[in-house]
Design a protein around this ligand. Structure first.
Ligand code: ZN
Length: 132
């Protein structure tokens, strides 16, 4: 099954911790063991799992900015957001975590995070639960 929730973003580039929202979907849908897939149906944002620490969030944004800035990207001729598409391509549109006992299995410091690269926008987050 797939459930969707919306996340409004407020800046051009931003990282948001969505772990609690994903955990709420997991807890309300009765799949106690299996796999949780979190994906975004968008081309200019991405999801990743890592520590949600202010300095690291800054570093992730700086890393992506450094990788995608300063080039004459062809897509910028269309709508000036090639960097956002490329950053999203590098990071990917989905992450996965096991489910055990009706809960996400994550490491102590791991958080599921949405990275906005072309905001502000309303983003949809899909949570797919696979029993197994
Ligand atoms: Zn574009």
């Amino acid at each position: 099954m797939t459930r969707t929730f919306a996340v409004p973003t407020s800046s051009r580039r931003q990282v948001l911790d969505i772990t609690n929202e994903v955990a709420e979907v997991v807890q309300n849908n009765g799949v106690s063991a299996g796999l949780c897939v979190v994906s975004v149906p968008h081309c200019t944002c991405a999801v990743f799992i890592n520590e949600h620490e202010e300095g690291l969030v800054h570093d992730v944004l700086t890393l992506i900015d450094g990788l995608v800035s300063g080039e004459d990207w062809h897509h910028d001729r269309i709508d000036h957001n090639a960097g956002a598409h490329l950053g999203a391509t590098l990071l990917g549109n989905s992450v996965r975590a096991p489910l055990e006992g009706g809960n996400l299995v994550l490491g102590r410091w791991q958080r599921i995070q949405l990275i906005e690269l072309d905001g502000p926008r309303h983003r949809r987050i899909n949570v797919t639960l696979i029993a197994g």
